[in-house]
Design a protein around this ligand. Structure first.
Ligand code: DQA
Length: 144
């Protein structure tokens, strides 16, 4: 099972960025933790991060040939990027949207995701564990 983890804008600043909201662990901590989780469960994990909408779109397109599933945290693009939404809709592999914080408990603009409707589902508010929960779904789907 090959899973691609995509983190969007400002997630390279995890650890320094609003630690009261996103915690004090870094993107490197997140990516290392997911690699270990993958190793423990026989899943190959590739992680990428970009602040650029077009780069995320290119990676989504390319993943169709390489990955069995994608876990994406689109950051603020979640709330307004129709281009990322269309990219997710254009590929034939399942995508799960993850948010570290509970977007439904914050500002109103965060309650809308233009991407979630074309995803398998959304996981929000469970910190870094949300990514593992998404990988766990792909594992269960693969086994059944
Ligand atoms: C986020 C929530 C978004 O609203 C925000 O713009 C982010 C991070 C999260 O993981 O909680 O950059 O996606």
């Amino acid at each position: 099972l090959n899973i691609l983890i995509l983190n969007g804008p400002n997630l390279n600043r995890l650890g320094q960025r609003e630690p009261d909201v996103y915690g004090s662990n870094t993107l490197t901590d997140l990516e290392k933790g997911l690699k270990t989780f993958g190793n423990q469960h026989g899943v190959t994990i590739e992680s990428k991060q970009s602040n650029w909408e077009g780069q995320i779109i290119d990676w989504l397109h390319e993943a169709e040939k390489k990955a069995d599933g994608i876990v994406i945290n689109p950051g603020a693009f979640t709330h307004y990027s129709y281009a990322i939404r269309d990219a997710v809709a254009s590929i034939d592999i399942p995508v799960i949207e993850v948010h570290i914080s509970n977007v439904h408990a914050r500002e109103d603009f965060r309650k809308t995701s233009v991407i979630a409707p074309v995803c398998k589902g959304q996981i929000s508010g469970f910190g870094f564990s949300g990514y593992e929960m998404a990988i766990d779904y792909f594992l269960r789907r693969h086994k059944s």
